[in-house]
Design a protein around this ligand. Structure first.
Ligand SMILES: [Zn+2]
Ligand SMILES: [Zn+2]
Length: 392
């Protein structure tokens, strides 16, 4: 057994405004010691589409690091790329959209204490380069070569992270809702990149996890109407439930030949958010822009789109990318989640899933059989795919 050492001087920030943890009382710091087992269960990516649960040693927090007992971890589109489509190397553990409880802290960590309720926060940025100083950490010139998806993800009982990579859960927010902070921060960054303002009309391609959060955030910010383009039946219903003014199928959209560069779609909007990663959607989205319109590519895909340069020039269109978060993205995401303006019960799939159900849930997400954000509950020991819900 290892135990989390007590924190140094005074209570940790956030120590006086605990969030609520569903279903179980936690040791709220107090003694500053939480017992941590030697082994934990982890969902291991064994090969494309093959996810198994294995016992692994609980990692120990090194200097400046924090060990978090994972309460909830959302399944991200990037997890599907890595674990279903084979982008990641076998043997790794995915999962980065997590909330949980600090179980132990390494040497030199004074900001957190065992019992603190946290969400996994922004990836490291240098904080010193020109873009960081401009408040654009997503463009950091020295950001670490992306996040290491191959080891140490949060589809496991515990995860270790740098002390600076955590954000406190606001008072009164459940850990289940707080686990939406990371993907919501991604969606909000897309809206920032678009420079969206009230009065703009919008179209969202793809009502998967990020698309759904983008729709909900646009509606909450009174930007719209928001038209959603989505072929999948369940996701179409989700989009409507989230407040889309209209949900259409991709084949309802017009695209135009190169000799009609100024012809405008009857559905033309100011802002298009492409959240599907599909080439056809990127190209169709480009054709739905009004003069001066902006296409924000949020979904990553392997097939390159073609954009007509004359349409872009004559209509002064902008195509831009959106990667990770705003500088204050997690704060704004948690603020919006706490505001009650997002229908979190619609956004999160009703059935939480244990680690054993991860592979099946991913397959269902990949086919669109599940529309909402699936929450994995690593602590739901031995639970199957359904009803693993809450920690007892
Ligand atoms: Zn994610
Ligand atoms: Zn930087």
């Amino acid at each position: 057994m290892i135990a989390g050492p007590g924190v140094g001087p005074g209570p940790a920030p956030g120590g006086d405004h605990w969030g609520s943890r569903e279903g179980r009382d936690v040791d709220r710091g107090g003694s500053g010691v939480i017992e941590v087992p030697e082994v934990m269960r982890s969902a291991i990516h064994r090969g494309p589409g093959d996810v198994g649960v294995e016992e692994r040693p609980v990692p120990r927090p090194g200097p400046g690091q924090v060990l978090v007992e994972v309460a909830y971890c959302g399944v991200c589109g990037s997890d599907l790329h890595i674990m279903i489509e084979g982008w990641g190397k076998p043997g790794g553990v995915g999962g980065h959209e997590y909330s949980g409880v600090v179980a132990a802290v390494g040497d030199g960590v004074e900001r957190w204490a065992p019992g603190d309720l946290v969400v996994g926060g922004p990836s490291p940025r240098c904080g010193e380069c020109r873009r960081c100083r401009e408040g654009k950490p997503s463009q950091c010139g020295r950001r670490s070569a992306a996040v290491d998806h191959d080891t140490g993800g949060a589809f496991a009982g515990y995860v270790v992270t740098d002390a600076g990579g955590l954000v406190p859960v606001p008072e009164g927010m459940t850990l289940r809702v707080a686990a939406l902070a990371e993907p919501l921060a991604v969606a909000l960054h897309g809206i920032t990149r678009a420079g969206a303002a009230p009065g703009d009309t919008a179209m969202v391609f793809g009502a998967g996890p990020i698309g759904a959060l983008t729709i909900a955030a646009l509606v909450a910010k009174d930007i719209g109407p928001v038209v959603v383009v989505e072929p999948g039946e369940r996701r179409r219903k989700l989009a409507a439930d989230l407040g889309a003014s209209e949900v259409i199928a991709p084949d309802e959209l017009e695209t135009y030949p190169p000799w009609e560069p100024e012809r405008q779609s009857p559905r033309a909007v100011d802002l298009v958010f492409e959240c599907s990663g599909k080439r056809a959607a990127m190209e169709a989205g480009f054709h739905q822009l009004r003069r001066g319109g902006q296409l924000v590519l949020v979904g990553a895909g392997m097939e390159a789109p073609a954009f007509d340069p004359n349409r872009m020039i004559l209509n002064e269109l902008t195509v831009t990318g959106s990667f990770i978060y705003d500088a204050d993205g997690f704060d704004r995401a948690l603020e919006l989640l706490g505001s009650g303006r997002l229908p979190t019960d619609v956004l999160i799939d009703a059935e939480d899933v244990g680690l054993e159900g991860l592979g099946e849930a991913m397959a269902k997400l990949a086919t669109g059989a599940i529309a909402g954000k699936v929450m994995i509950v690593p602590g739901a020991a031995g639970a199957g795919s359904a009803g693993a819900g809450r920690k007892a």
